[in-house]
Design a protein around this ligand. Structure first.
Ligand code: SDX
Length: 392
């Protein structure tokens, strides 16, 4: 007989936490980073400036921004032996499998900054994480396609550097496309943080035990990989490819509403947003800008817009408050920028590293910080005595 115990375990649950970094109002579709609306930051700031804001709580002055940029740039290279580590993966390994393993292994290369009780170690680890994620993500991509790794260049802007490390080849000059770099800045800002989502909570829980920052971030990458979370951008594009044409949309809308059918509209719905995801609006605009700037006519963009239009008029989705989320248009945009679907979640992880490390730092700066221990509701068997095998 299953008994239900209710008793006080004598500790305060850490299932919830306080944070000053990100505010979400799911009913009003509001997302603020340190009080600044996400659309203003995406349109007027850039990745490094917004990263400074998340870490320090205020927009930087000119000198603070210059100093922060150089601190990040200084750490963009990875240890030369790291390449040998990458060679251990199969060529066809999913980039997220590589990111999980590679980032988790960083503490083996940078053990001079893993004493989390030391604020200087926490600061250098923060800079290293933000600086090295593009290099590692680009290495995962180059390794996957069998091309040589491209070293970062210190005179390039963060996203320009990343695009060059992904798409340059030694055989020819690589030209910066400012529109693509600008669009990627917007996309990375949109993905930077999102309060206590599953992967950020994972990073906080792992970091609360005193695990080194690289291990805590690797735990976040593992959690983000799931299709219900960060894997949804890859899943949403595959869904649009499966639908293929506008005339097939009604069939898939019906499937999404059919409880007996496991099909869901990927890139739709959200644990918190029950009105609209403000990031989806900015992402849709960035998608249009990139397609126009690159003169790409992607029929899937038309499918996505028509699917959104139909779903938003359908009473099932309206009643269940299902709206496009950040992942709905991101796949089309990232594919237009030249990334394969397998890289989409790795790009999400690259951007979310700023939120993860900012929240990790915030947690460890709290003098009353305790190890995480989410509460459970026990629904198992009531207390009983052991039965010897001969009597079973
Ligand atoms: C991210 O937490 C975060 O902040 C995450 C994130 C971040 O920045 O970190 O915002 C990033 O993860 C965005 C979400 C990406 N995932 C997807 O797009 C996958 C598809 N979406 C669904 O799996 C779902 O909407 C979730 C996982 C996002 C939310 O799941 P919930 O909380 O279970 O959804 P819900 O409770 O709001 O569902 C209400 C109803 C349910 O039906 P009933 O049980 O009430 O009959 O709506 C249904 C769900 O079955 N439903 C869907 C649906 N999402 C929910 N039906 C069809 N298609 C969908 N996409």
């Amino acid at each position: 007989e299953t008994g239900k115990f209710t008793f006080d375990p004598g500790y305060t649950s850490t299932a919830s936490c306080e944070s000053k970094i990100t505010f979400i109002d799911g009913d009003e579709g509001i997302l603020l980073y340190r009080g600044f609306p996400i659309d203003e930051l995406a349109e007027q700031s850039d990745f490094i400036e917004t990263a400074y804001l998340l870490l320090h709580g205020e927009l930087p002055s000119m000198s603070e921004l210059k100093n922060f940029r150089s601190n990040i740039t200084y750490h963009t290279m990875v240890h030369e032996h790291f390449k040998g580590f990458m060679d251990g993966f199969r060529r066809d390994a999913h980039p997220m499998a590589v990111m999980c393993g590679a980032v988790g292994a960083l503490s083996a290369f940078y053990h001079d900054s893993t004493d989390i009780s030391n604020p200087d170690h926490r600061e250098i680890s923060t800079h290293r994480m933000i600086a090295k994620m593009p290099t590692i993500a680009a290495m995962a991509y180059k390794y996957n396609i069998g091309q040589p790794f491209i070293h970062p260049l210190n005179d390039l802007h963060y996203t320009e550097n990343f695009l060059r490390m992904c798409f340059a080849v030694p055989a020819e000059e690589w030209k910066i496309n400012k529109v693509c770099a600008g669009a990627l800045d917007k996309i990375f800002i949109l993905h930077m943080d999102h309060e206590q989502n599953a992967s950020t909570s994972t990073v906080r829980l792992a970091g609360s035990s005193g695990a080194n920052p690289f291990a805590a971030i690797a735990a976040g990458i593992a959690c983000l990989w799931g299709p219900a979370h960060g894997g949804a951008n890859e899943a949403a594009l595959r869904m649009l490819m499966q639908i293929g044409t506008v005339d097939k949309i009604p069939e898939y809308i019906a499937r999404a509403k059919d409880k007996s059918d496991p099909f869901r509209l990927m890139g739709f719905g959200h644990r918190v947003y029950k009105n609209f995801d403000p990031r989806a609006k900015v992402m849709k605009k960035a998608c249009h800008e990139v397609l126009e700037a690159l003169d790409i006519k992607d029929p899937l963009f038309d499918v996505a817009k028509e699917l959104e239009r139909i779903a938003l008029e359908d009473e099932y989705f309206v009643e269940k408050k299902l709206y496009p989320n950040i992942d709905f248009y991101s796949g089309i945009t990232l594919r237009a920028l030249g990334f394969p679907t397998e890289m989409f979640t790795a790009l999400f992880a690259l951007a979310r590293t700023v939120g993860w490390i900012a929240q990790w730092s915030e947690m460890l700066e709290d003098p009353n910080q305790k190890i995480g221990r989410p509460r459970q509701i026990y629904t198992g068997a009531a207390k009983r005595s052991f039965v010897p095998l001969a009597q079973r």
